[in-house]
Design a protein around this ligand. Structure first.
Ligand SMILES: *Cc1c(COP(=O)(O)O)cnc(C)c1O
Length: 357
């Protein structure tokens, strides 16, 4: 499904917000970061980042990890035992894009919930919890995603998220939030990180997407669970040494790259409106909450993969996530001018539909 194309001119890269390059300010911050050895726990920049994130999300501690996938897997491993079951939406990153990690690394199965935009309900949770009976798994963890990627970059309605978690907690489940793009939810909703974080035992968040860092994610939670997350990180091979050089980028991003996500959201809305007006494309403008713009192409325009290849030849890089469903992502390295150009190129391609094979 990957679009890999060698371009002569600089393409408009809408494949993902992971493609962002560190800015000069970020590079300077990385070079200036005081370093130690984080295996010994004495890298001052990693420690400062962990303290900062814990405070933002209203928890006691945090653990810096190389990737969002490791953040989720370490959080799962720390809150389950082999044979346990996790309640989760079937379109979640943890289910679809983590190489079967929950099963392979933690011995857990999924109880799959369904629901528009990646959201589930308290009733889903109640229905999926297995009774205490020797035939059944122990249902021990609820895992949600906010913003929800395949749900369209959707921001959970806060009350619904709180209700779902309260139901899970009332049944003794632990709760994890895959907040790879929680920063976008914070900016789009105006709801504080600590409010989004409150219903969860663990929260993971990525610095390497919209925030523009080269690498790095965080798991936030209270002291006991982060103690276990740190152990899982070591087990997974993710404990690094002078990782303050990466934490320095994350500290810089927290200061300078969160508020500006509003620009990416405005660009995404503009993209969605432009796409919506093109014959053969359906795009739900009112469901474009953040920086991910999903749209469907009419089958007469060909399949998504072929459509993306044609777009790439014209200088717009994107990804097909389903047969006829394509994702455009706005980010730090996409200007408003490029957004308008991407709309123009897409429109032109649709007008010449018969040439698509
Ligand atoms: C990208 C992403 C991750 C994983 O992050 P990596 O750093 O690529 O491992 C996890 N969850 C969601 C929702 C994501 O979008």
């Amino acid at each position: 499904m990957r679009t890999i194309v060698i371009m002569t001119a600089t393409p408009i890269d809408l494949r993902s917000d992971t493609v962002t390059q560190p800015t000069q300010g970020m590079r300077d911050a990385m070079m200036a970061a005081p370093l130690g050895d984080d295996v010994w726990g004495d890298d001052p920049t990693v420690n400062a980042l962990q303290d900062r994130c814990a405070e933002m999300f209203g928890k006691e501690d945090a653990c810096f990890v190389p990737t969002g996938t490791m953040a989720n897997q370490a959080a799962i491993k720390s809150q389950t035992r082999p044979g346990d079951e996790i309640i989760i939406h079937g379109e979640s990153h943890v289910v679809r894009y983590e190489a079967g990690g929950a099963a392979a690394l933690s011995g857990c199965s999924f109880a799959i919930a369904d629901g528009a935009r990646g959201f589930i309900t308290p009733e889903d949770v109640t229905n999926l919890i297995k009774p205490e009976d020797s035939h059944f798994c122990h249902t021990t963890l609820l895992s949600l995603e906010n913003t929800h990627n395949r749900g369209g970059g959707s921001v959970w309605p806060l009350q619904q998220l709180q209700d779902v978690c309260e139901t899970a907690r009332a049944h003794g489940l632990k709760t994890h939030l895959d907040g790879a793009r929680i920063w976008h939810a914070i900016v789009a909703s105006g709801v504080d990180a600590s409010v989004w974080g409150a219903p969860f035992d663990t929260i993971s968040a990525c610095f390497s997407k919209g925030l523009g860092c080269p690498a790095g994610s965080i798991v936030v939670g209270d002291r006991d669970v982060i103690f276990r997350v740190r152990r899982a990180r070591k087990l997974l091979g993710g404990t690094m040494r002078q990782s303050g050089i990466l934490a320095g980028a994350a500290m810089y991003a927290i200061e300078h790259h969160i508020d500006r996500l509003a620009e990416d959201h405005a660009n995404a809305t503009c993209l969605a409106e432009g796409l919506h007006n093109i014959d053969g494309i359906t795009c739900q403008v009112d469901e474009t909450d953040t920086n991910l713009v999903f749209f469907n192409i009419d089958p007469s325009l060909g399949e998504g993969d072929a459509f993306c290849r044609k777009l790439a030849e014209k200088g717009v890089l994107s990804e097909a996530l389903d047969q006829y469903r394509i994702r455009f992502v706005t980010h730090l390295d996409v200007t408003h001018e490029q957004v308008k150009e991407a709309i123009r190129i897409t429109q032109e391609l649709c007008e010449h539909a018969p040439s698509i094979s």
